[in-house]
Design a protein around this ligand. Structure first.
Ligand SMILES: Nc1nc2c(c(=O)[nH]1)N[C@H]1C(S)=C(S)[C@@H](COP(=O)(O)OP(=O)(O)OC[C@H]3O[C@@H](n4cnc5c(=O)[nH]c(N)nc54)[C@H](O)[C@@H]3O)O[C@H]1N2
Ligand SMILES: Nc1nc2c(c(=O)[nH]1)N[C@H]1C(S)=C(S)[C@@H](COP(=O)(O)OP(=O)(O)OC[C@H]3O[C@@H](n4cnc5c(=O)[nH]c(N)nc54)[C@H](O)[C@@H]3O)O[C@H]1N2
Ligand code: SF4
Ligand SMILES: [Mo]
Length: 785
């Protein structure tokens, strides 16, 4: 596997590395493709003259860094057919991070896969032999065909992850497996199910981020997320906001890189954010600090819900926008959007009170349970702080809640937490204007894109396998039996919860195929590993809502050895399975298909490399116009009720909580939370030697001084975190950076590096909205024996 090794990249000293990458975990300075009109990064003529350019004459190529991150635009300098340098392209306002720059190194990394590998030892042993592609394709064809013949096409399961948001990856896989007749796949988002389940019904759409407004805000709450690391590309906007006199509050059990720079750090117990938000709602309503005008004009707060049916009342049952309100002028029930009315937020004393509630009253009934004393007890945040931040937020001229795709969503109450924050923002009128809003860093989804090739309709769709219970599903063959698994762009063995169960599943499935650039943790448990090409080795387009740009992915060099792109792999398989010319489209045509609905042409993209599709001053839900059918924020959620949950966002203590006093809490009395690191995007990049220069080289386990002392653990000790699900090993960092009673675990470490923190994470299914509960995990820690 290593014979092609030719690492021309100079070994970087720590200092040189930091200089090149422009950022370190602690000193965050970079920005991303966010301000579309940027000219940053250009040298003056004098500087150009002073330094002889070692890259003069190099061929230049542009591409993007495509994992679930910020999609920086990258520029490669090719000399003698090799990438001599990758830098952040001039289209970004500032440098891409060290991981993005590592894309150059990755084209020459001796650890890259170069040929298909067939397992020769036990799964997990790492024993493989190299085989030819023809043999690999024969095997895949044979295994797919056997599976179809014995148990039907549903017994082929394919899973994708967040490794590449380019259009020639996930969409192509969907098209291939649809052509095959409809293979099965998994259901459940590891990431941000909470936003989808709350923001889509309540505000009408998600993926509308406020990143372009941060600098203009006066008050920003980063609620359960760490933009200094996870959104470092525009963290400088938060700093600018503070320089302008604004306040930055971070709500997180860990004093993160963001909290360290913030005006204030609030430390709640994990998973209690919905109670905290409800307590804030109670204060702003009790003290009349909410924005009554906005609430009446732009939300369904006054809309009536029938006490008997528990459903919102519609004037016309066939018109889902025909909500009614009680008009205090006429004392009549009228349509919510009738001109000249004065809708009641509270019905007491009116003739409607007996039969109806308003949505506002239902929200208040939830909030009332969380007065600041009750919230202090539940959330572990002093009542005075809760009251103060509620008042400050409501009274700020321009106030913003940053949700990103935060850690608080990956809890049992994640959807409720998002929902209550959406209520709070709408009631305070902090949506739809300059400097305010709720930021779902999922990006901006205003521009629709097309599919590179047609995805046929599947006549007989397979039942979905719950991703969080993958192990149980496979072992019990429920809802179906899986004979072949095809995994690409993801790393289940490090990212899916309860790794031991995932491992058992991979061991049981007769034929597991992983397509990746490296021998990942999942590849290690596979029968066949396919080497795929990477950034600057693959043509394509990235036109995804995660960033504000559509970017062309140019191929600068061949991939190492015999690596093939995902598209080439499916294209060959399509030929073998006789799908006609469905997969033999020229790349330009496929890219044009993706671009078609956007209005951007391929010629334009070739000329400019990347095109920004979002206005510099973009404001989501501008002027309070929500994307729901009624154009108002609809607080009562039918889908939640249908699934057996409260239709109004609520809070109840989670099943896995250290205060429950049950057997589990006695055995494992510490909460644990996950955090992303500078070293990786999930497991991607974590294996790179390149990252050792500036990052932790082993998993760090953050533990509070008192908790460490109680267990005889000292800073720097080797420790093991454990529960009934498994163990995660690392090095203790002892101090006050973390709330007492909570332990901080890092995301993304490989099996080959000692194993992922997912060995202990909660695999609960199904919560409201189907949230991933990795941050709702109880553990114990001990010194390594
Ligand atoms: N460098 C880097 N950047 C990334 C990624 C990466 O892996 N590495 N991943 C990308 C992706 S896919 C995502 S989803 C985003 C995620 O971005 P973030 O949400 O910012 O990332 P996390 O580190 O998961 O979580 C942030 C914080 O949530 C806190 N937290 C955990 N549980 C709770 C809770 O119940 N309540 C509160 N208030 N806080 C809690 C944790 O202590 C942690 O500090 O980042 C994106 N950007
Ligand atoms: N313990 C724990 N678990 C978590 C989280 C956590 O914080 N802690 N966070 C959760 C979140 S928010 C998310 S989004 C998920 C992410 O989980 P995953 O989507 O599984 O993310 P990665 O681990 O980055 O896996 C991406 C893989 O795709 C590969 N890849 C990159 N480009 C290509 C390509 O072009 N083709 C192919 N075939 N492969 C490619 C990469 O090499 C890498 O192995 O993890 C979730 N799981
Ligand atoms: S890893 Fe993320 S922040 Fe770094 S260059 Fe890539 S997209 Fe940008
Ligand atoms: Mo994510």
């Amino acid at each position: 596997m290593k014979e092609h090794a030719e690492t021309t990249m100079p070994a970087l000293s720590r200092r040189a590395f930091v200089g090149t990458a422009a950022v370190t975990a602690g000193a965050v300075a970079a920005t991303s493709l966010v301000g579309c009109g940027s000219t940053g990064g250009k040298k003056t003529d004098k500087q150009e003259e002073a330094a002889a350019d070692p890259y003069e004459g190099a061929q230049i190529f542009y591409s993007t860094c495509p994992p679930e991150c910020q999609h920086h635009n990258l520029k490669a300098y090719v000399i003698d057919g090799k990438i001599a340098k990758v830098e952040s392209s001039e289209l970004n306002d500032c440098a891409a991070c060290a991981r993005g720059i590592a894309r150059g190194f990755m084209t020459k990394d001796p650890d890259r896969l170069t040929k298909p590998l067939l397992r020769t030892g036990d799964k997990g042993s790492g024993e493989f032999k190299e085989i030819e592609w023809s043999e690999a394709f024969d095997l895949i064809q044979e295994k797919f065909q056997d599976a179809i013949d014995t148990d039907g096409v549903h017994s082929i399961c394919y899973v994708t992850g967040s490794g590449n948001f380019g259009a020639m990856h996930g969409p192509i896989a969907s098209a291939f497996f649809a052509h095959l007749g409809g293979a099965s796949t998994t259901v459940g988002s590891l990431c941000c199910a909470g936003t989808s389940a709350a923001e889509v019904p309540i505000y009408g759409q998600r993926f509308l981020d406020t990143r372009n407004q941060i600098e203009k805000s006066n008050y920003v709450i980063a609620w359960g997320n760490n933009p200094a690391i996870s959104k470092q590309g525009y963290f400088q906007r938060f700093e600018k906001m503070m320089e302008n006199g604004g306040k930055f509050v971070v709500i997180d059990p860990i004093c993160t890189e963001s909290a360290a720079k913030a005006s204030e750090w609030i430390q709640p117990w994990p998973g209690t954010d919905a109670a905290l938000a409800l307590a804030m709602i109670k204060i702003v309503i009790d003290e009349d600090l909410f924005d009554k005008e906005f609430t009446l004009a732009h939300t369904c707060a006054p809309c009536l819900v029938d006490k008997t049916t528990g459903e919102p009342v519609l004037q016309d049952k066939d018109d889902p926008t025909s909500f009614v309100v009680f008009d205090t002028k006429s004392n009549e029930i009228v349509r919510h959007d009738k001109e000249g009315i004065e809708a009641a937020l509270k019905l007491d004393g009116t003739s409607a009170a007996e039969q109806y509630n308003t949505e506002f009253e239902l929200i208040y009934a939830e909030a009332e349970k969380w007065d600041s004393a009750a919230a202090e007890a539940e959330c572990g945040v002093p009542a005075a702080d809760i009251e103060r931040i509620a008042r400050e937020y409501a009274q700020a001229d321009k106030a913003m809640i940053i949700q990103n795709m935060g850690g608080f969503m990956r809890t049992e109450n994640g959807t409720n937490a998002v929902g209550t924050q959406l209520y709070l923002a709408a009631l305070c009128g902090h949506v739809g204007h300059e400097g305010d809003g709720i930021s779902d860093a999922g990006g901006v989804n205003e521009v629709k894109t097309g599919s590179p090739i047609e995805v046929p309709k599947v006549e007989d769709p397979a039942p979905s396998i719950p991703r969080f219970k993958f192990g149980e599903a496979i072992l019990n063959e429920n809802p179906l039996k899986v004979n072949v698994l095809y995994s690409m762009t993801g790393n289940p063995m490090t990212q899916w919860p309860n790794t031991n169960m995932v491992k058992k599943a991979l061991e049981k499935i007769p034929f597991v195929i992983t397509a990746d650039q490296y021998l990942t943790s999942t590849a290690l448990y596979s029968d066949l590993v396919l080497p795929v090409t990477g950034v600057f080795e693959t043509e394509g387009v990235l036109a995804n809502h995660r960033s504000h740009w559509i970017q062309l992915c140019e191929k600068a060099v061949d991939g190492p050895g015999e690596s093939k792109s995902d598209f080439e792999i499916f294209s060959e398989l399509a030929t073998r399975f006789g799908f006609g010319d469905a997969f033999s489209k020229p790349m330009d045509e496929m890219i044009s298909n993706v671009l078609e609905p956007t209005g951007v042409t391929l010629d334009e993209l070739k000329e400019k490399h990347a095109v920004c599709v979002v206005d510099d001053n973009y404001i989501p839900f501008k002027d309070g116009e929500f994307k729901t059918k009624s154009k108002k924020a609809e607080f009562w959620v039918a889908a939640w009720k249908k699934d057996g949950f409260n239709p109004i966002a609520t809070y109840a203590r989670a099943e896995e909580d250290a205060r429950n006093g049950d057997e589990l809490a006695q055995k494992y009395p510490l909460f644990s939370v996950q955090r992303k690191t500078y070293r990786s995007v999930h497991s991607t990049f974590n294996n790179l030697e390149w990252m050792n220069e500036v990052c932790d080289q082993a998993p760090v386990i953050l533990i509070n001084t008192a908790d460490a002392e109680a267990r005889g653990i000292k800073d720097g000790d080797k420790v093991v975190v454990f529960n009934d699900r498994g163990e995660h090993h690392g090095i203790a960092e002892v101090g006050e950076r973390i709330k007492q009673g909570v332990v901080g675990l890092q995301n993304g470490w490989w099996e080959q590096q000692g194993g992922s923190s997912s060995y202990v994470t909660n695999d609960k299914w199904k919560t409201l909205g189907g949230t991933h509960c990795c941050n709702q995990t109880l553990i114990e820690v001990k010194k390594e024996a």
